[in-house]
Write a protein that binds this ligand. Structure first.
Ligand code: 5GP
Length: 180
């Protein structure tokens, strides 16, 4: 285990099994609909790659980059850093996200896609953060969730702290001394 990690929350095998299950559900849901599976960069890149391999139906992929975090705190403002290439008009969109925390990022994306004429927009997030104030964070809810995680700052499997730790094959909690 990486020495900056306090504990492993979700190990490689558990990730793999759950993603296989999600892929099976999404295959049933999206067969015959040729969805655009949209990866929200950078955090969702590994999840997205593993998820589409488990989806046994025609689909298109696209990428979008947004930013709302500085270090371990959300800035409260979402910026589009890279827009997607495909037209969304009349299409079924599956947004693939790494973690839903306050929901600000996904609520912003969902609204923007509604304006662009998407036929349906669903959200698949690997992680849902179990915030004490979840009820009042009513920006958006996810349609598909991999795992619920405690309200701690997590890294690995695509998720970073200041651009590090994305390549860890598991989801872990950072030691406080790394960011304090
Ligand atoms: P939200 O807009 O839902 O508050 O935040 C979503 C984004 O913030 C995620 O896509 C992710 O990039 C970042 N984020 C939220 N919580 C965490 C966390 O615990 N660890 C990491 N590495 N990023 C997080």
């Amino acid at each position: 285990m990486n020495s900056d990690i306090k504990k492993i929350l979700i190990d490689e095998n558990t990730l793999k099994e759950r993603i296989r299950e999600l892929g099976g559900i999404l295959t049933q849901e999206y067969k015959d609909r040729n969805p655009i599976v949209l990866c929200v960069l950078k955090g969702a890149f590994i999840f997205m790659a593993d998820l589409v391999k488990e989806m046994d139906c025609p689909l298109q992929i696209d990428f979008m980059a947004v930013s709302s975090y500085n270090g371990t705190h959300t800035s409260g403002e979402v910026k589009i850093v890279k827009d997607l290439d495909a037209s969304l008009e009349g299409r079924d969109i599956l947004i693939v996200e790494d973690i839903l925390d306050t929901g600000l990022t996904l609520s912003f994306l969902k609204k923007s896609f509604e304006h662009r004429g998407a036929r349906s927009i669903r959200i698949c997030t690997l992680l849902l953060k179990d915030r004490a104030d979840r009820e009042s964070c009513n920006f958006v809810t996810a349609d598909y969730v991999g795992f619920t995680v405690p309200d701690e700052f997590v890294v690995g499997y695509g998720l970073d702290y200041n651009e590090r730790y994305r390549n860890l094959p598991y989801i872990g909690v950072l030691k406080e001394e790394v960011y304090s």
